[in-house]
Structures are given as structure tokens and as C-alpha cells.
Design a binder for this molecule. Structure first.
Ligand code: ADP
Ligand code: MG
Length: 833
């Protein structure tokens, strides 16, 4: 039902129950006309009545029906914002928070002082702000400061169907905050908005809401979309398949915009480049396409130039005695380290190799194609272009990541090309380190993507996979909270003083084992206070799942990294170790630094060559790092040295090739270091700490501190070499026992400590190939262990003849909690003094 009376700027009829206040908004006639076409406008009265009469309301509607842009305006007009109260809206994606605040400001003819946004390190909120868009993480932090959220009268949780971990937690928290505010006589309204996907997790959850909240369904005018499956599913080159499909559509099908779904920024740029080449659009005014040429093009040019020059010029020589680091990139400043779909991962994957060649890319006589990229990290001005109509005589083609699936609606799309893939974050079970992988989407996502084609007229969706493959997709993607380790979340919740996390009203609770494992790790790291060890076992366990946060935990909670790394950062404020720890943490987060271990070599020669390169690099390392403590930091010293040397040489592709380093990994580390430095600066600013992006090689003393810091952070990854007298089987020679695994493990042959075989080591991760191997190994002095991991073991009574390898120099015996350290070999014989 479309509203029939398009009277610009006139107030729609008001329901009698609405507050008497009506704040007029001065919209332009064009805006008003566009608004009236949105399905949600027809429901304004229903929506506002529900909100006025209920503390919690759920609004479901097709993407593009106007929820995000219009509901805040309804609330504003109804007087929900005033000088001391704001309308708050959370988005799981930064891109939506920024662009929606701009759009709403424009529609309402208000300035950014009044309609503002706040994302992790950036925002334009003022005292006058009436409508505030923010990421869900930002609101979570605000709750830590003011649990009742007293400066808000309404909170809107947008895109709840995405089930991001923070959104889920916010809904759980708000289900408690709303009744509390009611008791105080300062009612807070909660509005949950979602695409038309499974909302039962919210509505039918009695733990969450004792009274089932009303659900308002906004019907969108959705035109039929014809779905075309590929007969065959391309194995790898879905990007090339997208290119061919777009070319076909553009050459053969009637007018209408094309929206292509790819997985990441690099792919988006590469496809944009190919398409622009195939169907060039000569801009004749400033609004054209040239100026949004991706930044990487310039870099590619520079790289090609430098490659030519390299033949003439000698390679820059490495000065092994010093290195400096390029200052943090300006552009890196606003990137969250752990949110956004395509925010992390291989943003800097420049894919320099491809994109400029290929047979079918000669320019074509068809209509020009107006090609625009769209992804989270694209500058907002460039993002805004997709909402404008394309220049006359061209066809719009938007090449997007998942952001176009529900967060942003692009007008005029008639054809959707769906590669069927998405870049997702995966978590390493053992280390908790995350990485990005491209996987198949869910059926629900595929349908959302297809729906983008039918907004203004009947459309077509081309799925680049077969219907058989589609049938194998999971129906919905599981909520994020059930798929990842939760120790960082638990730490955040404890920082909110939610002690009994097991009782928290999660919309979908994480597995209990995941909660218990998280709690145990946090206790071991010292982030939580230890549970009492007396009392019955069951009570102990219960107590364990409700340990309060410790002062160290509070500090750790402020860093945007996993708790193990947060502890390392928290300790690194001593002895100026922060820049090194930041580098080590960044390097550990990035997959394989060395070419040699990244992939199987194609030939024996190549294998030998790569090995030679790394050997050369390690040789340099030895000279630079010496023996002693530097050597003992082991593989982490290698990481530090690789980054230092590479940055000293300007982090060029040629340096990396010459030394067997992965160029992409090095670029990624640089980016992460920038982000982490910014993050640490922002959390440590009140401590007066300043992190210099430039760093000299660490001193020997600093390396010793670093080794201790690493032990303190990776404490549960401690391993001890099986001693000769304990050897039961020869095949376990040189094997280690770890705290976490039953089976013995070995130091990976790639490790610099492979031959050293220190008695105690900490490792970054365990990989299983022919054997179980530890990677990222660093040597540990035994006497540090009780000092740095007190929850695991502590000093007991002095012994007259202590076993020398256990606590040299102290003359004291280590007592220990039986569980973990028994396996590592801390179980000392019961020596009678
Ligand atoms: P929903 O939240 O229900 O998915 P939105 O409120 O985001 O819907 O969008 C409603 C409509 O507003 C979209 O169909 C789109 O055409 C339009 N729109 C949104 N943002 C912009 C923008 N920046 N410029 C122009 N139009 C926009
Ligand atoms: Mg929306």
C-alpha cells in the first residue's frame, strides 16, 4: 500500500496516543517525495503506536524498506530527542554507521552536529547531537561507563539479523537495562530492527524478554526476481566468471544497474579495473569515474617503475645494526582491528599480478559502463557515489563486498551477479588467532543478495554456482557467538561487572564448554580473580564461572586484541617494550611470513631456492640479533627482525622477494601495527604514554623482558622437553609435553630453535602434519615460570638439594596445581626434607 498523498513537508496524520510534541523537520520536496515511496512510511502510525505503548518493539522489513533511515526520523519528530536525550542507533558495520548518519542528516536538513556518528576511533558527536549512529562495540563501551545509558531515551539495534556478537550481547544487556530504567521512572525504549529473517531467537526467548515484544512486519514492494544458476560451479576463478557474466549482461540485456557480489577489497578493485578497461567511460565532467580510481593503481605504477629500475640499481643494503619503521599511515587510523567483514583480512592484497592482461579485455563498442567499487573501508565520499544516478548514456555497475547485502541499498539495480562466496573470520581453536577465509554463503544470504535485484522493477539474479551447490549451503549462518572463542567477550562482560556469565540472557548462548574454557584461560592469565579452592567440586566449578575481574583484567579489557595478546600489551608498558610487543602481536596474527613455508614449492629447485633465501635471511638475523637472549626469543625474534629489516628497506616487494619474505604478509603486518599503535595510544593516552612508530632494535635487556612478556601472555602454551630418563620410546626423542595436549609434540623444523631444543618453551600454535609441531617457539627460563604464571604454580618450602633444572638459583620447590602442570612435568617427586 503506497501512501497516496505526497504533500511535501506536511506532517503525516498523527495517532491520538502520540505525544503532543511534534518537532517539525524541514525536508526538501525531492527528499519528501523519495521518502513517501518507502514502504515504512505507510506504517509510520503503526510503528509509532507500538513504540509509544511498548518498552520493546521489533521491526522486521525487507532491506531497502526504509527502516534505518526513517525510524530515527519518526522518533525525532515525535519528540524522543531533546537537549538532554539522544536517539541512539547501533550498526554492526562501521560503513553503515557513517553513511546512514550522513544520509539521515541530509534527509532532515540537519547538520552533522545534530545527526552524528561514532565509530571506534572516530566520530563527529557534539553536545547538540540528537540522533547518534554508532557501531555496536561503541555502545557496549558506553554501557561500561554508564550502565543505565541515561543519556538515551531510545536505543535502536539495527541489523539484528546479522547476529554479530556485540549486537547479541547488547540485546541481552538491554533486556535488563530497560526494566531497570522503568523502575527508576526514566523509561528507555528499545527497538530491534532486522531484515525478514528468523526473529524467533529474540521473540520466543523467555529468558530474554518475559513479555513477548510486538513484531511489526513492514511489507516491501518486492518485484519478482528470476534466479539463474550456473550449470557448473567454477572452482576458483569466480572473479573471472563475474567478469564474463557482467560483460554478457551489459552487451545483451536491457537497461538496468548491475550489482556484483565479491568477497574482498582486492577482488573488487581488480574486477573494477577489468570492467573499466572493457567498457571505458570517458568522463567529461568532474562527477565521473576517473577520480575514484583505486589508490592501489598508483602503487602498482610505482611498483612497476621500481621493478624496471631495479635492473640498473643495486639493491638497498640492509644495515643490520638499526632499523626504523614507517610512521603509521594516516589512512589506517580509523580501521577497527577486529570488526567489519572486509575491514581486516587482505585489504592490502594488491593482487598486483593480475588485472592488466587477459584476452577478453579489449575495449568494446557497447555503452560505457559506470563502474563503482563498494566496500567497508572505501572513503565515505566514494561510497556515496553509488546512491547517485549514473551519468546519462551509461549503465551503473557496482562491484561490492557483503556490505551491499543488507546494510546499504543501492537504487536502480536490476541485475545481481552473486559469486556465492563471502570472506569470513575463522578462529584457530588452539591459539584463538583469527584469519580470514573465503567460504560459501548461507541460503539466507543468497536470497538476500538476489532480493537486491527486485527493488524497483522485476530483476534477475545470476548465481555463479549450481543449484546442487546451493542446496548444500547452510540455511542460515550461525550466530557469531557460537562460532568463536569467547574469552575476549567474557573479559568485556566481566569488565561490565557481569560475573555470572553463565546466567546472562544470550539470544543464543555459546556452548558451556566454550564459556568454561574462556573462564579458565582468563583466570590463568590473571585477568579474573581466582576462585576459592575449598568447598565441593561442583560449587567450585560454579564459582569458577563467576569469577570477578582483576585490576589487570580491567587494563587488558581496554586493548582491542585477544586476551593473551592484551596481557602482553598490558605488561609491555615497562621498559619501553610496547613497540616490539605490538610488532610481535601483529606478526603473530598474520599467516606465515616466509615464502618457504607458505605453500608447497612447485619444483625441487624452487624449494632449494626458497630455503637458500631464508637461510640468507637467518644469517643476517644472526649477525644482527647475535646469540644470547636474542637467539632465545627464537621465532618471535625472527618475526621482529624480519619486520624491522623489511621496514628498514622500505618494505618493498623486491626486498621481500630477495629474502624469501611474503610481501603481502609484510604489508598486512604494517597495517596491523598502525592500527594497534593507534589503539594503544588511544587507551594509554591518559597514562601519558606515547608510542613512537619508529623503533630501534631492542636492547638485550629488552629482549629478556620480551621473553618474559611472551611467557606471561602465552603461559598456557608452555611445553617442556621430555627428559632422557623419562623417555619411554625412542621415537619421542626431542619431543615435548604441553599443558594442553596428551600427545607429545615437536619443535617445527622451520623454527630457529629446532636444533637448540631448550628445556622449556612457549609456542604460538600447534600444527599437525606428519607429527604435531609447535610453531612460533620461544625459549623460557624455568625460574620465570612460577613468577610469571602464579595461578599455575608458586614457590613452596625451600629444599636442600633442589632438582637443578626446576628452579635454579632459588633453592625452592615449585608447588603446583595438579591439573595442567602435571603433564608438563612440574609434578615433582614428593621429596621429604
Ligand atoms: P532498510 O534499513 O530498511 O534496509 P534504508 O533506510 O537503509 O532501508 O534505505 C531506504 C532507502 O533509502 C533505500 O532504498 C535507498 O534507496 C535510500 N537510500 C539510503 N541511503 C541513501 C543515500 N545515501 N543516498 C540516496 N539514497 C539512499
Ligand atoms: Mg537498514
Amino acid at each position: 500500500a503506497a501512501p497516496s498523498a505526497p504533500v511535501p513537508q506536511a506532517a503525516p496524520s498523527r495517532a491520538p496516543c502520540q505525544p503532543a510534541v511534534f518537532i517539525p523537520v524541514d525536508r526538501t520536496p525531492e527528499i519528501q517525495e523519495a521518502r513517501l515511496k518507502l514502504p515504512i512510511l505507510a506504517e509510520e502510525q503503526v510503528v509509532m503506536e507500538a513504540i509509544n505503548e511498548n518498552p520493546i518493539v521489533i521491526i522486521c522489513g525487507e532491506t531497502g524498506s526504509g527502516k534505518t533511515t526513517q525510524v530515527p526520523q519518526f522518533l525525532y519528530e515525535a519528540g524522543y530527542a531533546s537537549s538532554n536525550s539522544t536517539i541512539g542507533i547501533t550498526e554492526p558495520r562501521r560503513v553503515a554507521a557513517v553513511s546512514m548518519s550522513q544520509r539521515v542528516a541530509k534527509e532532515m536538513n540537519l547538520s552533522h552536529r545534530e545527526v552524528s556518528y561514532q565509530i571506534r576511533y572516530e566520530g563527529n558527536v557534539t553536545d547538540e547531537t540528537k540522533i547518534k549512529f554508532m557501531t555496536d562495540g561503541v555502545l557496549l563501551k558506553e554501557i561500561q561507563k554508564d550502565f543505565l545509558l541515561s543519556k538515551y531515551k531510545v536505543i535502536i539495534i539495527d541489523e539484528a539479523h546479522e547476529r554479530s556478537m556485540f549486537t547479541d550481547i547488547l540485546i541481552g544487556l538491554l533486556s535488563r537495562i530497560v526494566p531497570l530504567r522503568h523502575k527508576k521512572g526514566l523509561p528507555l525504549k528499545l527497538i530491534i530492527m532486522s531484515a525478514t529473517l528468523r526473529v524467533e531467537d529474540f521473540t520466543d526467548n523467555t529468558r530474554l524478554f518475559s513479555v513477548k515484544p510486538p513484531v511489526i512486519q513492514v511489507d516491501a514492494r518486492q518485484f519478482p526476481v528470476t534466479v539463474h544458476f550456473n550449470k557448473k560451479t567454477p572452482l576458483d576463478d569466480y572473479s573471472g566468471e563475474c567478469f564474463r557474466k557482467v560483460c554478457k549482461i551489459h552487451r545483451m540485456l536491457p537497461a538496468g544497474g548491475i550489482l556484483v557480489f565479491l568477497t574482498g577489497q582486492a577482488e573488487v578493485h581488480s574486477l573494477c579495473r577489468r570492467l573499466r578497461k572493457a567498457f571505458p567511460y570517458q568522463k567529461n565532467n568532474s562527477a565521473g569515474g576517473e577520480d575514484d580510481k583505486e589508490d592501489s593503481v598508483e602503487e602498482i605504477r610505482k611498483f612497476k617503475k621500481s621493478r624496471k629500475r631495479r635492473k640498473v640499481l643495486a639493491l638497498p643494503k640492509i644495515d643490520l645494526n638499526s632499523y626504523s619503521v614507517v610512521p603509521v599511515d594516516e589512512g589506517d587510523e580509523d580501521r577497527d582491528i577486529d570488526s567489519d567483514d572486509d575491514a581486516a583480512g587482505s585489504d592490502l592484497d594488491l593482487d598486483l599480478g593480475d588485472g592488466d592482461s587477459g584476452e577478453d579485455e579489449k575495449s568494446d563498442s557497447s555503452l560505457p559502463l559506470f563502474v563503482l567499487p563498494l566496500y567497508s573501508l572505501l572513503a565515505p565520499e566514494k561510497q556515496a557515489k553509488v546512491f547517485r544516478s549514473p551519468p546519462a548514456g551509461t549503465r551503473l555497475c557496482v562491484v561490492a563486498t557483503n556490505v551491499a547485502e543488507t546494510s546499504l541499498t543501492i537504487p536502480g539495480i536490476k541485475y545481481v551477479v552473486d559469486c556465492g562466496k563471502v570472506k569470513r573470520r575463522f578462529y584457530d581453536r588452539i591459539t584463538g588467532v583469527s584469519s580470514f577465509r573465503v567460504t560459501w554463503i548461507s541460503q539466507a544470504s543468497a536470497d538476500q543478495r538476489a532480493g537486491r535485484a527486485g527493488r524497483t522493477e522485476p530483476g534477475h539474479c545470476y548465481r555463479l554456482y549450481s543449484s546442487a551447490v546451493f542446496m548444500d549451503f547452510e540455511k542460515f549462518s550461525a550466530p557469531e557467538i557460537t562460532k568463536r572463542p569467547v574469552e575476549d567477550l567474557i573479559l568485556q562482560m566481566k569488565a561490565l561487572n557481569i560475573e555470572k556469565v553463565i546466567n546472562f540472557p544470550f539470544p543464543t548462548p555459546p556452548p558451556t564448554e566454550a564459556l568454561a574454557a574462556a573462564e579458565e584461560l582468563l583466570i590463568a592469565l590473571g585477568a579474573l580473580k581466582e576462585p576459592p579452592t575449598t568447598g565441593r567440586l561442583k560449587e567450585q566449578l560454579a564459582a569458577k564461572l563467576s569469577c570477578p575481574i582483576s585490576p589487570l583484567g580491567r587494563v587488558m579489557a581496554t586493548f582491542p586484541v585477544a586476551p593473551r595478546y592484551a596481557k602482553m600489551l598490558a605488561l609491555s608498558r615497562q621498559h619501553d617494550c610496547l613497540p616490539y610487543t605490538i610488532t610481535i602481536v601483529s606478526a603473530m596474527t598474520v599467516r606465515e611470513l616466509f615464502e618457504e613455508f607458505d605453500r608447497p614449492a612447485v619444483s625441487e629447485e624452487e624449494a632449494a631456492q626458497l630455503k637458500g633465501k631464508r637461510a640468507r635471511f637467518l644469517q643476517m638475523q644472526k649477525v644482527w640479533a647475535g646469540q644470547g637472549p636474542m637467539q632465545k626469543l627464537g621465532d618471535l625474534m625472527v618475526m621482529l627482525g624480519a619486520v624491522g629489516a623489511c621496514e628498514y628497506a622500505g618494505c618493498t616487494r623486491s626486498f621481500c622477494e630477495e629474502n624469501g619474505l611474503r610481501y603481502k604478509a609484510m604489508l598486512e603486518i604494517r597495517r596491523l601495527r598502525g592500527q594497534l599503535t593507534t589503539a594503544v595510544n588511544s587507551v594509554c593516552a591518559d597514562a601519558g604514554l606515547y608510542v613512537d612508530p619508529k623503533m630501534k632494535p631492542p636492547t638485550e635487556a629488552q629482549v629478556t623482558y620480551l621473553r618474559q612478556i611472551v611467557l606471561a601472555g602465552l603461559g598456557d602454551h608452555l611445553a617442556r622437553r621430555i627428559q632422557a630418563e623419562e623417555l619411554l620410546d625412542d621415537k619421542w626423542k626431542n619431543a615435548y609435553k604441553t599443558a594442553l595436549l596428551e600427545d607429545p609434540v615437536f619443535i617445527h623444523p622451520s623454527s630457529v630453535l629446532f636444533k637448540e631444543l631448550p628445556e622449556f618453551v612457549v609456542y604460538q600454535e600447534i600444527v599437525e602434519t606428519t607429527k604435531m609441531y609447535m610453531k612460533g617457539v620461544s625459549a623460557v627460563e624455568p625460574e620465570w615460570i612460577p613468577a610469571l604464571l602464579p595461578p599455575y604454580c608458586h614457590f613452596g618450602k625451600p629444599l636442600e638439594n633442589p632438582p637443578p633444572s626446576y628452579c635454579p638459583g632459588t633453592g625452592r620447590v615449585l608447588c603446583h596445581r595438579p591439573s595442567v602442570f602435571y603433564r608438563v612435568g612440574w609434578q615433582l617427586p614428593a621429596v621429604e626434607v
